[in-house]
Design a protein around this ligand. Structure first.
Ligand code: BF8
Length: 645
């Protein structure tokens, strides 16, 4: 690693990460060093043509005006590749959602060790949305039936997914008109894979219509199921204070990092960190206690419900190990770097895999099987405690941490805006209509080692709140903002006057933490509720709102971007190109084509200033269309004016 400080600042905007990169041994391989030595393949990244690997005659490298052995064109291959990425992303979210449904069923039967229904009200609403007749059934009977209905969404062969009924009516009609209403989640993914097999669907627009149906089955299906059931089992989040970044590792405690996406085992591990027997055991080994912290979206889940500190996002995972202070990292699924296996061998850290779907060479496998949650969590914590005395590197924890407020569910936002007896989105809609809030922007998604870690997230969030845009965040984007210290009510000092006045009146930060990546479904729900509240059009596409994934890297991000575009939202991707960059035909379909049909689009803009300008322009155009583009002065009412009213 080159110790040139300026070069390190090019790698990450996170002070704690820079601090560690300055201090690591020269030969240490990290995602940052590998990003310098391994350049992206220009064909694979779709900037100079595309690569088709879908049959044994290839791989075929195809550019404009050339074709593959079978005659496949640049447009067809680009559409097929994007569609397969979307199918993979939708599968990842939805398989997670399916596991939550299984867990709900086992909990209802009393077979999930240590788990019970925590939010009964949410269970009732979820069950009703799935058509369960709650009658005078017991909570567990309703939970069992709701879980069975939720599992049936995956294999449903015909008819629309139940949860799309939560979208505004006009939106549902648009999906019907263009024949993209999602059926069963598994069905859409399988059909996507079939259509992109050699020699099947060759029309880019038709391929991408199925990609839309697949993505919608994720956003309004698998992800929504995941979010709803997680709230039912572990509680619907309410705002809580926490601290973020690597400085939350404790030099004198047993440090356990939970990493991945599934909240199940992690929630139990976090709850057991205070268990007297385990704490005494840790003390007997010379530690002051047990410190559970998180990385990536598992971190977001336990942060929102238990206040567990997120110590980093995607590009921080190796850094956590390199502090020399982590006794054990337990990973479940998704966004887990394979490099952790080798890296943990250099340190004393034990790497534990807990899902049958994710084994990593070099890791110990301790499998979570729903029925063994508490027993397994205790075993894992004991392995960590036993490892405390094995520390072999000098502990180097950067003294960097930030305050944050996390955990805004759409239920809490309604309550917060209207109070217990009048809960509603009315004050938010009014704030948007009178121009104090110019619009809502979701700044979400990943980190990407091809660009400076967190830099675009931090830039956009600061600029947007300054210009009176309310920002909502999930995933690694949310953690980037938390780490840079602007996910607190105090950050309203950076906000524009209008946004600040709303934040002060309601008592919210200008940047709302909504959770993990599956929780992007919360944004769909919020958007639908804002439409239902009235005054801002009759569809999601009318809202002055947009989405940005400025540092995207995961296939899940492509699925999310697509289901937002198909739900009527303008979505901008930054950093790395969407993998259709070399095909003007496909770029035109996902921008202008989707705009005409769905009122939303998916666009890559490489320059971050231009991206910000475009998002603001799109939102201002929506304000114009709604005739709310002229900012109203705030009028202080005197007695006479009140009487006149
Ligand atoms: O699901 S934001 S890097 S951790 S994919 Fe992964 Fe991207 Fe982070 Fe969460 Ni989402």
């Amino acid at each position: 690693m080159n110790k040139d400080i300026e070069k390190i600042a090019d790698l990450s905007s996170d002070e704690a990460v820079c601090n560690l990169l300055e201090n690591i041994e020269d030969e240490q391989s990290t995602v940052f060093t590998r990003s310098k030595s391994l350049k992206p393949c220009p064909i694979g990244s779709s900037v100079s043509g595309v690569c088709c690997k879908n049959c044994g005659m290839g791989p075929c490298r195809v550019r404009e005006n050339t074709e593959g052995l079978c005659g496949a064109t640049l447009g067809t291959i680009s559409a097929r590749n994007l569609a397969r990425h979307i199918a993979a992303g939708a599968s990842a979210h939805s398989d997670h959602g399916r596991d939550m449904a299984h867990l709900l069923a086992l909990t209802a039967e009393g077979k999930a060790e240590g788990l019970k229904i925590k939010d009964e009200l949410k269970l009732f609403r979820f069950a009703k949305n799935l058509g369960v007749n709650t009658g005078d059934k017991s909570v567990n009977e309703i939970a069992k039936e709701a879980a069975e209905k939720a599992m049936a969404l995956f294999g449903q062969q015909t008819g629309a997914l139940d949860l799309i009924k939560l979208a505004p009516k006009k939106r549902q009609e648009i999906w019907e008109k263009y024949k993209v209403v999602p059926r069963g989640i598994d069905r859409e993914v399988v059909e996507m894979m079939h259509r992109t097999h050699m020699g099947v669907d060759q029309d880019p627009e038709n391929i991408l219509n199925q990609a839309i149906r697949t993505a919608l089955s994720d956003g309004w299906g698998g992800s929504m199921v995941g979010t709803e059931i997680t709230d039912i089992l572990f509680n619907t989040p309410v705002p809580l204070a926490a601290k973020a970044n690597l400085g939350m590792l404790q030099a004198s405690e047993v440090n356990i990092v939970i990493h991945g996406h599934e909240p199940t085992l992690s929630e139990i591990i976090a709850e057991l960190a205070d268990d007297k027997e385990l704490v005494d055991y840790a003390k007997a080994k010379g530690a002051n206690g047990i410190n559970v912290v998180g990385i990536c979206c598992t971190a977001n889940e336990v942060l929102m419900r238990q206040g567990i500190a997120p110590i980093g996002n995607f590009l921080s995972q190796e850094m956590a190990i390199m502090t020399g202070a982590v006794e054990l990292m337990v990973v479940d699924i998704q966004c887990i770097m394979q490099s952790l296996g080798e890296l943990t061998k250099r340190y004393h850290t034990k790497l534990v895999t807990s899902s049958p779907k994710c084994k990593i060479p070099g890791a110990i496998h301790m499998e979570f099987q729903e029925v063994n949650g508490v027993t397994l969590a205790k075993e894992i914590i004991k392995v960590a405690i036993d490892n405390y005395t094995n520390r072999k590197h000098k502990v180097c924890i950067p003294d960097v941490k930030s305050d944050m407020v996390a955990g805004f569910s759409h239920e809490y936002i309604r309550y917060m805006l209207g109070g217990r007896f009048r809960e509603s989105f009315r004050p938010l809609n009014d704030g948007i209509i009178d121009g104090r809030i110019q619009g809502i922007v979701a700044v979400v998604g990943c980190n990407n080692a091809r660009i400076t870690h967190d830099k675009y997230h931090n830039f956009l969030v600061k600029e947007l709140i300054k210009k009176d845009y309310l920002v909502v965040q999930t995933g690694c984007g949310a953690l980037a903002t938390a780490k840079c210290g602007i996910m607190t009510p105090e950050a309203m000092e950076y906000a524009g006057e209008g946004l600040r006045s709303i934040c002060e009146a309601v008592g919210i930060p200008p940047v709302l933490h909504l959770g993990s990546c599956v929780d992007n479904s919360r944004i769909l729900t919020i958007a639908s509720e804002i439409v239902r509240e009235g005054g801002l059009g009759d569809d999601i596409s009318d809202l002055p709102a947009a989405g940005i994934a400025p540092e995207w890297m995961s296939e899940k991000a492509l699925s999310i971007g697509t289901y937002f575009a198909a739900s009527g939202v303008y979505v901008a991707f930054g950093g790395q190109p969407i993998p259709v960059e070399s095909s003007e035909e496909v770029k035109n379909i996902i921008t202008n084509g989707w705009q005409q049909k769905f009122g939303g689009q998916l666009e890559y803009i490489s320059d971050i200033d231009q991206l910000l300008d475009k998002v603001i322009n799109v939102i201002q155009e929506k304000r114009k269309a709604l005739k709310i583009d002229i900012k109203k002065e705030r009028v202080l009412m005197d007695m006479e004016a009140r009487r006149a009213l």
